[in-house]
Ligand binder design. Structure first.
Ligand code: MLT
Length: 369
């Protein structure tokens, strides 16, 4: 059994795989990945490695791809499904980290932290120009109320924000659990002071924030995106930031990463970080371990024994018997909100995470089973 680890995952995850009797665990670089694929049974990636149809062609024995992270947009799901390769991701493993980063961006926007920090370093004391805004009493609109969106909602409540969400896959009852009001997209856009994106990239969500949806937003609203860059039409966002239709935007993701020609770069009311929302020690430890357990279980025909059991994965199990050969965790996502996050409750915590702290009582538990 040969497992290729193409992108860096936690040492604990690597160890777990190495401990399996008879398993050959190979840590590759981009340069020798193609050669190593020839006799690989399983492949583990993060976001850097693109699992294309061409790469899959090179691996006739491949049975599983594990993505240490949430989004599977770097994997050609159709090609994987055609070849009978199971694709798994680790929804929840970095949900808290991404939610916390979303709040970092939101508060940085509200209080203009980067501009003021830069001024201090450049020797200016810009106290008189620092007209920030409180978030208390403001409306936060979440597009996508899966694991990450729900973690954001829980934190927003502590800031006394009113939280709306648009997510066609979430029930009213589940939204109520996190004190969120489910509304149609147009209402969310019209009423929100802050709009934050927490949905997967799919044909239906590509450029979801564009000139027409921006026109429906409250004048002076702010946009946050720690999900996928392609959810936003960057030219339309830049125009709205220049015209004042939007007063600010903060993103962790770009359509092209690193951004080369983004019209957003250089705008004074635009804040950005380099796709690091999930990059905490805790989240990387969690997703690395989760993906290793998933690969181990899938190879033993014990798929979905651990973590939340995804609806597609369970359907796949019953169709294909012990070891389904379809894109399991990743086979949905063609509609706004249809994110892997949304598939099985929103605890946002894997079994390796510490026990929930006080105040976490309203987080719905993972509905495995
Ligand atoms: C994810 O999909 O898990 C996040 O975007 C984190 C990442 O890929 O770096």
């Amino acid at each position: 059994m040969k497992v290729i680890i193409a992108d860096k995952i936690s040492e604990r995850g690597v160890q777990l795989l190495k401990e399996q009797p008879g398993w050959n665990v190979v840590l590759t670089t981009k340069d020798n990945l193609n050669v190593e694929m020839a006799d690989a049974d399983a492949l583990i990636v993060r976001s850097a490695t693109k699992v294309t149809a061409e790469l899959l062609e090179l691996a006739p024995k491949l049975r599983a791809v594990g993505r240490a992270g949430v989004g599977v947009d770097n994997i050609d799901l159709e090609a994987a499904t055609k070849r009978g390769v199971l694709v798994m991701s680790t929804p929840g493993g970095n949900a808290v980290s991404v939610a916390e980063h979303t709040f970092a961006l939101l508060l940085a926007l509200a209080r203009q932290v980067p501009r003021l920090d830069k001024a201090i370093h450049e020797g200016r004391w810009e106290k008189s120009t620092a007209a920030g805004t409180e978030v208390r009493g403001k409306t936060l609109g979440l597009i996508g109320l899966g694991r990450i969106g729900s973690e954001v909602a829980v934190r927003a409540e502590a800031f006394d924000m009113r939280v709306l969400a648009y997510d066609p896959f979430i029930s009213e009852a589940a939204a109520r659990e996190v004190s969120v009001e489910l509304v149609p997209l147009d209402i969310l856009l019209a009423q929100s002071d802050f709009v934050s994106l927490h949905t997967a990239l799919s044909p239906a969500t590509l450029n979801l924030i564009n000139s027409s949806t921006i026109a429906k937003m409250k004048k002076g609203a702010r946009v946050i995106n720690a999900a996928r860059g392609e959810l936003i039409d960057e030219a339309a966002l830049a125009a709205a930031l220049k015209s004042g239709q939007l007063s600010g935007a903060a993103v962790d993701v770009f359509a092209e990463e690193p951004p080369k020609n983004s019209p957003l770069i250089g705008l004074s009311n635009f804040i950005a970080t380099p796709h690091v929302a999930g990059s905490t020690t805790e989240a990387q430890e969690e997703v690395g371990t989760q993906v290793a357990v998933q690969i181990k279980d899938s190879q033993r025909g014990e798929l979905a024994r651990t973590f939340c059991r995804s609806v597609p994965a369970r359907a796949a199990l019953s169709r294909a018997g012990r070891a389904p050969r379809v894109a399991g965790f990743a086979s949905r996502g063609d509609t706004p909100g249809a994110h892997p996050h949304s598939l099985c409750g929103r605890s946002g915590r894997g079994r390796h995470a510490p026990a929930p702290q006080r105040g976490a009582r309203r987080r719905p538990q993972c509905s495995a089973g």
